[in-house]
Ligand binder design. Structure first.
Ligand SMILES: *Cc1c(COP(=O)(O)O)cnc(C)c1O
Length: 404
């Protein structure tokens, strides 16, 4: 196997050539500033942004006027969380979230704590789902915002968003949802979900990097996050700065393609993911699935290979691009905080691999990866005394090792 295989589509996706074709003119001839009102260069850029806003809104069940373009979901999450907190601090200083959120949600919440807000981290079941009843009782008169994602980027688990939205609505609290992993992949309807703010990113849906969008509800209730950037008052004043027209055109085109292909593509991706899971799990013992078995995004498969270091497994299959829940993906020695939050032990967290499939993967690639994973895990376990002991029925964790 000499060709590289990309199975890290939850980290980013390749640009679809059709998206490149759509945005290319806006990097070259059609370079106008969408805010230039006095000539055709500006009008043509403005027209293109208008179309992209409609294409994005369409996939959200929203009106184009509710869509704000950003530099990506990190910025969107910051506007949603810090912007709402700052605007509505006089109503209360309490925010609710949960531990497997992306760092772009966790860290703004940590920042708010430093600013005197109280942040509640909800508990999770073993699949990483929050308990709606716990959410309901965590909301107080002080609560202004609940931020809970749709699909998790590491483990794929889907949160009960419609229930969360209903609870927030009943209690008069704003609901923000990070939908990076589900936008364009599974149907989203901001009204059915009851979200007031929702964030998404183009590079997770075969669009360009450095561009994203957010939905900000305009009525019932109206949400007005304070802007992080002050300037020309673009994007209803919520995000000043000259619009990234080629990026926005790319996001719109990418969203449109997702909308056209979603029904078929959802099934194809889920089948690829299941083929990978079944191929691996039918040939190897002591492999554990992380995240929910069925209530998960179609792209994500997260497995722990007991008695195998995730890093060693990745080294053993260099042509396959995946990511691991162990130390080397970050500067620290801590295993994945997402797996830790689920109560997955450090050993299993260190032995986890995230495979994420996407539009350009084929079943031939999946079969090659199955073969490579199975061979590499077998080889690594052959060298593992712990695995040998486990095979003989001894639990290595219960052994009392003699002091040397
Ligand atoms: C990728 C991702 C982000 C960050 O998006 P950027 O556009 O890269 O800033 C945030 N949340 C989730 C769940 C993601 O998957």
């Amino acid at each position: 196997m000499n060709e590289r295989i990309y199975l890290d589509n939850n980290a980013t996706t390749p640009l679809d050539p059709r998206v490149l074709e759509a945005l290319m003119p806006y990097l070259t001839d059609k370079f106008g500033n969408a805010a230039s009102r006095s000539h055709g260069f500006g009008w043509e850029a403005e027209e293109a942004v208008k179309l992209a806003r409609e294409q994005t809104a369409e996939l959200l069940g929203a009106s184009a006027r509710d869509v704000i373009f950003t530099s990506g979901a990190t910025e969107g999450n910051n506007i949603a969380i810090k912007g709402v907190a700052e605007m509505y601090a006089d109503r209360g200083k309490h925010v609710i979230t949960q531990p497997t959120e992306h760092k772009a949600v966790i860290d703004p919440c940590r920042y708010l704590e430093q600013q005197g807000f109280r942040v509640t981290m909800l508990g999770l079941d073993k699949y990483g789902r929050i308990d709606p009843d716990e959410l309901r009782s965590a909301i107080t008169d002080e609560t202004i915002l609940v931020s809970i994602m749709h699909g998790n980027n590491e483990i794929g688990t889907l949160q009960p968003v419609a229930e969360i939205g209903q609870i927030c609505k009943d209690q008069g609290v704003f609901y923000h949802c990070d939908a990076c992993q589900t936008f364009g992949k599974i149907p989203i309807d901001v009204n059915a979900m009851g979200v007031d703010l929702l964030t998404l990113s183009a590079h997770k849906i075969y669009g360009p990097k450095g561009v994203g969008a957010m939905y900000v509800r305009r009525k019932n209730p109206r949400v007005r996050p304070k802007p992080l950037l002050h300037g020309g008052g673009h994007e209803r004043g919520m995000r000043s700065g000259t619009l990234n027209v080629p990026g926005i055109v790319g996001l719109g085109a990418a969203a449109e393609l997702c909308g056209q292909e979603m029904n078929v593509e959802f099934k194809r991706l889920a089948a690829l993911r299941d083929r990978l899971r079944d191929g691996i799990m039918s040939q190897l013992d002591l492999v554990h699935l992380n995240g929910h078995p069925t209530d998960r995004t179609p792209t994500n498969l997260n497995l722990s290979f007991q008695y195998v270091e995730g890093e060693s497994l990745m080294m053993g299959m260099k042509n396959v691009a995946v990511s691991s829940g162990s130390a080397c993906t970050s500067a620290s020695l801590e295993p994945s905080y997402v797996l830790q939050a689920l109560g997955v032990g450090d050993d299993l967290a260190h032995s986890s691999i995230r495979f994420s499939v996407g539009r350009f993967n084929t079943s031939e690639e999946i079969d090659q990866v199955v073969e490579k994973v199975v061979a590499t895990v077998k080889k690594l376990r052959e060298m593992s005394p712990l695995y040998e002991m486990a095979k003989e029925g001894i639990d290595p964790s219960k052994v009392e090792w003699a002091a040397q």
